[in-house]
Design a protein around this ligand. Structure first.
Ligand code: BGC
Length: 400
C-alpha cells in the first residue's frame, strides 16, 4: 500500500455485533435485563426533545434499554450489504460475536462460524474489504461467570478464540482489530461502573488494563502465526482535550498509554474520534448526546498519532443526530481533516463512519441515532438519510 494512492484508501462504515445483530446472548444482554428499568427511571429526570420522546423506542421506555432484535442485521445482512454497496464504500468494519462462536467454554459453534464466513464472502462479492474486530465489549456468559478479564485464565480463553478465528478466516480476511477501545472500556466497566461487570474498583481496573495489553499482544502473535500477511491493529478512543494545561496528561494516560504499550505488536493504529472534551463549561456545537463537535480535534489527534510512525485509519467517527440536521456538515468537516492530514504527509489509509445503520448504543439504548441509514424499529425498515447520500458523494468525488 502506498500512501497517496486513492485506490487503496479504505472508505468504510463501522458496526459492532451486539449493537446491530439482534438476539445475542452475552454479559451485556444480562446487564440489560437487570438495568433497563433503572435506566428508564433515570431518563425521566432529564429533559428530552419532543422528537425523541415521540420516537420509538423513546428514552423513557424500558424497551429502549434492551437490545432484543436490535436491527436484525444477523438475519438481514445480505440486504444490508446491498445497502453498503449503494453507499459506495469499499470496506466494512464489523465484529465477530465471541458469545455466538463459543457459547459454552471450549465448544465452538460451527453454524456461527459458517454465518460469519457467509458474511465475509457476501462483502467480498460486493468488493467490500472486511475489517474484523474480535472484541467489542461483549463476553460469553461462561467467561464472565469465571471472573471475566480478572481471571488468570482469561488470556488463554481469549487467545484460543482469536486463534480459531485466524485459522478459519486465514484466506478471507486481511485486516484484524483484536480489541476495540480497551482504554475507554476498562474505565467504564471497572471505575465508573456503567458497563458490565460494573465494578468500581481501582485495583481491578489496573489488573484488567494490563491484562488487555497482554490480550492484544497474544492476539497479535496468534494472528501473525496463522498468516504473517495479516494486518493487525488496535482501535483506541481518541478525545481532544480542550484545556491546554491538562492536555499532555490526558493524552498520555487516556489517548496514548495503551497504544504505546502495544506498539511493538501492531501494524496500524485505528483512531476512533468523536469529540472534544473539557473539564468545565459546555461546547457551542454539540450532538444530541451533548458531545462537543470539534473536527479540528481529529486533525490534531491524527498528527499526534502519526508521530508513532504507524499507518493510521480513522476506525470510527460519527454523531448522534436523529433529525439528520448536523451529520452532513459533521462528515464534510471531519473528512476534510483527513484530506488535510494526508496532504500533509500523514500515512492515513482509511475512514470508517460510525455507523452504517442506527444501532443499540449500550447503556443509552436505541435513542441515539448514529446511522447513515435510519432504522424504523417497529418495522425494521431502513431509510437512507440525506447524510448517507452525501457520504456517497464525498467518496465519489474525493481525489487525493
Ligand atoms: C464505540 C461504539 C459506540 C460509539 C458511539 C465508540 O466508543 O466503539 O461501540 O457506539 O462509540 O458511542
Amino acid at each position: 500500500m502506498t500512501p497517496g494512492d486513492s485506490r487503496h484508501f479504505l472508505w468504510g462504515v463501522s458496526t459492532s455485533a451486539h449493537q446491530v445483530e439482534g438476539n445475542t446472548h452475552n454479559d451485556w444482554t444480562r446487564w440489560e435485563e437487570t438495568h433497563a428499568s433503572m435506566y428508564a427511571k433515570h431518563a425521566k429526570k432529564r429533559v428530552w426533545s419532543e422528537s425523541l420522546l415521540k420516537a420509538f423506542p423513546s428514552p423513557l421506555d424500558q424497551s429502549n434499554y434492551i437490545s432484543g432484535n436490535a436491527t436484525e442485521h444477523f438475519t438481514r445482512f445480505r440486504e444490508d450489504i446491498e445497502r453498503m454497496k449503494e453507499l459506495g464504500i469499499n470496506a466494512c468494519r464489523f465484529s465477530i460475536e465471541w458469545s455466538r462462536i463459543e457459547p459454552a467454554e471450549g465448544a465452538f459453534d460451527e453454524r456461527a462460524i459458517a454465518h460469519y464466513r457467509e458474511y465475509i464472502h457476501a462483502l467480498r462479492e460486493k468488493g467490500i474489504e472486511p475489517v474484523v474486530t474480535l472484541w467489542h465489549w461483549t463476553h460469553p456468559l461462561w467467561f464472565s461467570y469465571k471472573g471475566g478479564w480478572r481471571s488468570p485464565y482469561s488470556l488463554g480463553h481469549f487467545t484460543r478464540f482469536v486463534d480459531r478465528m485466524a485459522s478459519e478466516f486465514r484466506s478471507d480476511v486481511r485486516y484484524w482489530i483484536p480489541l476495540n477501545e480497551p482504554g475507554l472500556w476498562v474505565g467504564d466497566a471497572y471505575f465508573l461502573g456503567r458497563k458490565p461487570p460494573g465494578e468500581k474498583n481501582v485495583f481491578a481496573l489496573i489488573q484488567v488494563y494490563f491484562r488487555l495489553i497482554e490480550a492484544h499482544r497474544s492476539s497479535y502473535r496468534a494472528l501473525k502465526a496463522q498468516n504473517p500477511a495479516f494486518q493487525v491493529g488496535i482501535a483506541e478512543s481518541a478525545e481532544y482535550m480542550k484545556h491546554g494545561l491538562f492536555r499532555p496528561c490526558f493524552d498520555y494516560f487516556r489517548n496514548f498509554f495503551f497504544v504505546r504499550c502495544v506498539l511493538g505488536s501492531t501494524d496500524f493504529i485505528g483512531v476512533n474520534y468523536y469529540k472534544r472534551v473539557r473539564l468545565w463549561g459546555k461546547g457551542n456545537e454539540v450532538s444530541q448526546m451533548g458531545w462537543e463537535i470539534y473536527p479540528e480535534g481529529l486533525g490534531r489527534m491524527l498528527k499526534k498519532y502519526a508521530r508513532l510512525k504507524k499507518p493510521l485509519y480513522v476506525t470510527e467517527n460519527g454523531i448522534a443526530d436523529s433529525e439528520d440536521v448536523k451529520r452532513a456538515s459533521f462528515l464534510r468537516a471531519h473528512i476534510q481533516e483527513c484530506i488535510d492530514a494526508k496532504k500533509n504527509g500523514i500515512d492515513l489509509r482509511g475512514y470508517f463512519h460510525w455507523s452504517f445503520i442506527d444501532n443499540f448504543e449500550w447503556e443509552h439504548g436505541f435513542w441515539p441515532r448514529f446511522g447513515l441509514y435510519e432504522v424504523n424499529y417497529r418495522t425494521q425498515e431502513r431509510i437512507l438519510r440525506e447524510s448517507g447520500r452525501i457520504y456517497r458523494e464525498i467518496i465519489t468525488h474525493t481525489r487525493w
